[in-house]
Design a protein around this ligand. Structure first.
Ligand code: MG
Length: 245
């Protein structure tokens, strides 16, 4: 049990609000499966064309026309690009063009309702309880801020963005760097101790603690604490009672 008196709760996403397996088992297979049908519907969009041109550049070609052996758009080009995306994903490519295209495919899936982001069952009620107690809630995740907003707008429990006051990503710095937490505290206009950071990763919690934040180590059921737990451990947000200081 964690009893926090403060002003803001800062939350990691993967492994904290949401199952890590959602990305691995739902988001990535969705992007892989939907490339060709997505391109069939959205090939006229400039955002899609610029993602494909960036993929071509990432592959060492001048542009899409010099990369794809089929005229675009065409069913042959869609199939070829779909196979290429699959190959890049097989090697876990983080190239800019691929990430941009994946982002567009996920956005489309969230908007048409075929994708819903996982959150653990107690999360919505905990957000409500902490908000009712006068605290503000913020996200700090390595996923981009637009991706964070998309995720919390389209969760299995509905739109949770009304509970979220601020979003931070790696433009505030890496999650394992002490300076990142100084930056976030300063941007929030708070003293470090007025903020509680919740994460599943000990190294992130170590950095937050060194910056003066309170910490909570979220260890979801079925996972094992790595090393010695030196941060207060909870298996669910139900074990966190927070009041406004
Ligand atoms: Mg995490």
């Amino acid at each position: 049990m964690i009893e926090f008196r403060g002003v803001r709760i800062l939350l990691d996403i993967e492994g904290t609000t949401s199952d890590i397996a959602f990305v691995r088992d739902v988001l990535f297979p969705y992007a892989r499966r939907e490339v060709a049908p997505f391109l069939e519907r959205h090939s006229h969009q400039t955002t899609v064309q610029s993602a494909l041109n960036q993929m071509a550049i990432d592959a060492g070609a001048a542009d899409l026309a010099h990369w794809c052996p089929h005229p675009f758009p065409s069913p042959e080009a869609q199939t070829w690009i779909g196979a290429e995306v699959g190959r890049w994903m097989d090697v876990d490519s983080k190239k800019t063009g691929l990430k941009a295209l994946q982002g567009l495919i996920w956005e489309s899936g969230y908007r048409d309702g075929s994708l819903r982001a996982h959150v653990y069952p107690e999360v919505p009620a905990a957000f409500q309880r902490w908000t009712d107690a006068g605290l503000s809630l913020a996200i700090y995740s390595s996923g981009s801020i637009p991706a964070q907003k998309l995720l919390f707008t389209h969760t299995v429990a509905g739109d949770l963005t009304p509970f979220l006051s601020a979003y931070f990503d790696t433009t505030s710095g890496p999650k394992r760097a002490v300076a990142s937490y100084h930056t976030i505290v300063a941007a929030s206009g708070l003293a470090p101790a007025e903020m509680l950071f919740l994460s599943d990763i000990p190294e992130e919690l170590d950095a937050a603690r060194e910056a003066g934040l309170g910490t909570g180590h979220v260890v979801r059921r079925g996972t094992v604490v790595a090393g010695t737990a030196i941060h207060p451990v909870v298996s669910s947000f139900d074990e966190i009672s927070a009041v406004r200081a």
